[in-house]
Design a protein. Structure first.
Length: 186
């Protein structure tokens, strides 16, 4: 019995040391970005201008409960392809979580509601759609969500382009590392 416990303890210790000792700094940076990040800072679209964020649309927020403003645009990290983002700004972090989470879930990921009949807030709905050509591109192809996922960062809900949630959060992290570097680096 003691031998079994000892072997289990050594196995767990070896697993923990292997997991902690990977040395992959880029993975650590990705893991450091949380889907929900509290911040006392109140963000506006102006905070993104120094990062060369390009605004495509400023949306009417009527129907987006509690939102102060909402913007769609793109940002191109150096050496990569531009990525699309939608930012929804609220009065506080608490409001972003309480009032913005359900609407962010509705607008992103595999279960995104992309039809006017289904979506609660249909302003900018076309911008939340990505079109993929069918393999034998004679047909119309398929429609998927542009935003693979979302993050809540301070008073903002940030929808980020990506084929899935992991990729979307990587894109959210990259943008926020430029906009709010000390907080993302922690």
């Amino acid at each position: 019995m003691k031998l079994t416990r000892l072997l289990t303890l050594f196995t767990l210790l070896a697993f923990a040391l292997t997991a902690c000792g990977s040395g992959d700094d880029s993975q650590s940076a990705k893991d450091a970005f949380a889907k929900i990040t509290p911040s006392e800072k109140i963000f506006t679209i102006d905070d993104f201008k120094p990062a060369n964020f390009k605004i495509s649309h400023e949306y009417n927020v009527e129907g987006l409960v509690g939102a102060i403003s909402a913007t769609n645009g793109f940002w191109k990290p150096s050496g990569t392809v531009a990525k699309e983002y939608e930012m929804r700004f609220y009065a506080s972090h608490a409001d972003a979580i309480e009032l913005g989470t359900d609407m962010a879930i509705e607008a992103s990921g595999e279960t995104a509601l992309l039809d006017e009949e289904d979506a609660t807030w249909d302003e900018g709905l076309r911008d939340r759609r990505a079109y993929f050509a069918a393999p034998s591109s004679h047909g119309s192809g398929s429609i998927q969500a542009m935003y693979g996922g979302y993050a809540i960062y301070g008073n903002m809900v940030l929808l980020c382009e990506g084929a899935n949630e992991e990729q979307a959060l990587e894109h959210c992290a990259a943008l926020m590392a430029i906009v709010d570097p000390p907080a993302v680096a922690q």
